[in-house]
Design a protein around this ligand. Sequence first.
Ligand SMILES: [Mn+2]
Length: 361
Amino acid sequence: MTDESRPPRGINDAATSGADPYTAYDDFNLPSYVGLLSFQKLPWVTDADDLLRRRPDVAIVGAPFDDAVSHRPGARFGPRAIRQASYHSGEINSLQLGIEPYAWLDVVDAGDAPITPIDVERSHAVIRRKVLEVARSGAIPIVLGGDHSITYPSASAIAETVAPRRLGVVHFDAHADAANTTWGRLHSHGTPMRRLIESGAVAGRNFVQVGLRGYWPNVETLEWMRGQEMRWHLMTEIEERGAEAVVAESIEQALDGPEVIYLSVDIDVIDPGMAPGTGTPEPGGMLTRELLRAIRQVVGRVELAAMDVVEVAPQYDHAEVTAMAAHRCVLEAISALAARRRDAGGAPRERTEPQWTTGRG
Ligand SMILES: [Mn+2]
C-alpha cells in the first residue's frame, strides 16, 4: 500500500535522504522505463465495472490491429510503441498550455481491446465494444491504433454514445480513406470514412479532412466525396494559408450542425522525414510542431467526444521518432482538455485514488 501520510516523491523532490530507498517512490513516480507498461504510468483500469465506479475523465484504449492494411503491415505494434515512447513519469507540466494535466483530470489506461489476428470483423467488434464501455463510463476515449480501419468501429461507438447529439469529425491524414473497397473488401484502412458516412454515424458535410496529398484517392472516389459534401483541405492549402487558418476553418465546418467532435489523427499526416514509422508514407507533409499546435487548437475549441492516433508502425521507425510524435499528440490533447476545464472555471481534482500503489510498503 501507498503510505498516505506522505506525498509521493517525484523526480525533482529534494527530500529523499533518510527515506527508505525501497519505498521512497511509488510506481507512478519511478522512471518511465521501470515497471509495467501503461500510458504515462497511469493506472491500468481495464474492467468495465471498475471504469463505471471510477468514472475517469479520460481513458487510453489500445487497438492493436493491422489486418486491414493495403501495404506495409506493423501498426498492431503501435499501441505498445506509443505507450513506451516517453521519458516522463509522474506529474507533468505543459509549458505550451501552462497546466499540470493530471492535477485537473483523472486519466487512466483502459488497456487494449481483446484483439486476435486474422479476423477483421471480430477485431472491429471488440474494438467497438471496448470503446463503448469506456465512453459509457463518462471517460473520453483516446484510442491508440492500429491501422486506420479501427476508426470505423471506434467512431461508430462514439456516435451511438453521444446520440441524439450529432458528431462531427476532424481528420488529419495524408489520405482520404474514403474508398468504397480495397482489393474488393469493404473493411480496410482505405475505407473507414466511407463506412462512417454511409452508416449515418457522421454526415458527410461534417467530415473534414486536413493534410491530404499525393496520388490517391482516384477521381471516382473524389466525386463520391463531393457528392457527400465532405470538406477537405489539401496540404497545398496549408502551405499557402498556414495550418492555423486551415484548422480554424475545419473546426467551423465540422461543427456546422454537430455539437461534439471526434478527432482522428493518422500519423502519416506528418512528413515521413519526421514520422517514418508508418505503413503508407507520403512525402511533403505537416511538421510535427504544426500538428501538435493543431491538436491543441482543436481540443481547446471544441467539445471532444473521442480521439484516435493511428498508423504508427514501429518496424519502420528510427529512434522512436514516430512513436514519440504520436505519444505527444495524445499528451497535447490531454493537456488541452485540462486547460478547457480550468478555463471553464472548474476546480482541480481531489485525489481520491492513488495513481499506482507500490506493493513495496
Ligand atoms: Mn493515411
